[in-house]
Design a protein around this ligand. Structure first.
Ligand code: PLP
Length: 230
């Protein structure tokens, strides 16, 4: 079986090829390696292969794994890609360099408070529920522009991007195109979209960040709830 480092190499090559095919500048797409459910020992070889940007979907799991890895790789960057409960915001602000899942006013308010208190300013993206799935986190597409404006004006948060997770049963292209359209309307240039099965399509539609897990680390051994609390 291939190693995670070998699969990482394949993903990198695929991203570079998609950048060429879709006339994207070389290096304009950042790979976020999604390491949820992977123990620290499984992440280390990918760090040693030079990967520095990682995604986790649960605050508690990240807290157990990443402080130790950060000691050895201080330049790594950690993204929160799972839903964030307000009672975990303090820990999230301390642990993560980017929080991709801002999706409601109460969360925005608590984030602003904790960031001011701790003097930390993680990057912030708004999650958009492009498929309008009731069980999925994210702001509805129609409300996204007004929510981004409230984050900025009411909560003083510097939102820099948008993130989406299309419904598993849909073709992803239209969802990626919708996210890109909303980002354009809001004057945002960062687009986190695309996973193992569809990151090349996301790059076609302008993704600046692709979140790739199983194509690097292999099939996950136990289910990581995507809609559960972070
Ligand atoms: C798990 C997860 C991914 C990665 O999924 P793969 O299909 O393993 O690449 C990307 N984004 C989010 C939000 C996830 O929860």
């Amino acid at each position: 079986m291939d190693s995670a480092a070998e699969r990482l190499d394949i993903v990198r090559t695929t991203i570079a090829r998609a950048e060429r095919i879709w006339n994207r500048a070389a290096g304009s797409v950042t790979l976020v390696a999604v390491s949820k459910t992977v123990p620290a020992d499984g992440i280390r070889p990918v760090l040693e292969a030079g990967q520095r940007v990682f995604g986790e979907n649960r605050v508690q799991e990240a807290k157990a794994k990443w402080p130790g890895l950060r000691e050895d790789f201080p330049d790594l960057r950690l993204h929160l890609i799972g839903p964030l409960q307000t009672n975990k915001v303090r820990e999230a602000v301390e642990l993560f360099d980017v929080i991709e899942t801002v999706d409601r006013d109460r969360l925005a308010g608590v984030l602003a408070e904790e960031m001011a208190k701790r003097g930390r300013t993680p990057g912030l993206y708004v999650q958009v529920n492009t498929g309008e799935e009731p069980q999925k986190a994210g702001i509805a597409p129609k409300e996204a522009a007004a929510f981004v404006a409230r984050c900025r004006e009411v909560h003083g948060l510097a939102i820099t991007g948008l993130m989406c997770i299309p419904p598993a049963e849909d073709l992803p292209g239209p969802h990626f195109a919708l996210l890109a359209k909303i980002a354009g309307d809001c004057g945002l240039s960062t687009l986190s979209m695309g996973m193992s099965a569809d990151y090349e399509i996301a790059i076609q539609h302008g993704a600046t960040h692709v979140r790739v897990g199983s194509a690097i680390f292999g099939a996950r051994h136990y289910p990581a709830p995507e809609a559960g609390p972070a």
